[in-house]
Design a protein around this ligand. Sequence first.
Ligand code: COI
Length: 353
Amino acid sequence: MAPSIPVTRTGKSRLSETDFNRLEFGKYISDHMLLCAWKEGAWQQPEIVPYGPVSFTPAMLALHYGQAVFEGMKAYRMADGRITIFRPDMHAERFNRSLQRMAMPPMDNEFFLTCLRALVEADKEWVPAHEGSALYIRPVVFATEQRLGLKVSDEYLFVILTGPVGPYFNKPIKVKVEETYVRAAEGGTGFAKCAGNYGGAFYPTLRARKEGYDQVLWTDACGHQYIDESGAMNVMFVINNRLITPALTSAILDGVTRHTLLTLAREMGIAVEERKISVKELKDAFERGLITEAFGAGTAAVVATIAAIGIGGTDYYLPEPHAGPVQERLRRQLHDIRRGHAPDIYGWNYIIA
Ligand code: COI
């Protein structure tokens, strides 16, 4: 179903109050939002309304039992002024895998794309144009049924919010290999973009921050031997001139940026390895001077340069410049495709206006 979506426009745009030259990640929310309820076994008519509070009962199931999943994608202003959403089809597929894992209702990809397009069109003035900025798009579905008993909800709300953003990190980061706490175990919900994965990460991340790190580098739940991912992104290393990233497991998020960068790297003739990478291998690579780059890959983070990795109480620094040539080539190519400077041979740009 591809519905036509009614739009109620705000009488008071907040565009003029928004400082597009200083876009912190997540600070601003655009004028409109999309709302769509799921009840009686079906998604209802979506609508676009002015962004603002929505009332709920504190007895809604999402608050108690955690049925809440989200996505994060970006719309860009191309060099010729058109607007593109980057790889929304891959996000739609992952959204559905997350929904399924959390026993929540699936959403037809076409329906999802129609909703996205309609909302971004309604707030197209909010898509920033300058280098390093984008319109972040946050779809979320959560359980709204009022009930205290432990059960799968029969009612949900699908909401899409958007907001102009700048870089997620504005300098190279320090990450700490986590050897006490666990983000996700195989068979759990690590591959799903569900709210609980992030809530559970806050406490270890706060502890790492107190020790001077920006993010945690999660390791496997069985023995903390292998690298999984970082807090808000997948992670990649350049060791011996090979681009190495942990192979996907049910404990790792199947990142759209991860997939994009691996595709671009292969196309550039860079040797790519998707495999287990142990903490010991990482430490050895530092000691032997074989590791030249490390970076995160995520929609929000894009390509996030890692300057240092803390392993067992020792900080290992990457050589300068921290933003080495592999990540710089990948970052540039990704940027050029999104802005329309380089050919989009994989059809990643979903041009909407
Ligand atoms: C994203 O990269 O879109 C994320 O969802 C990461 C974070 C902001 C939670």
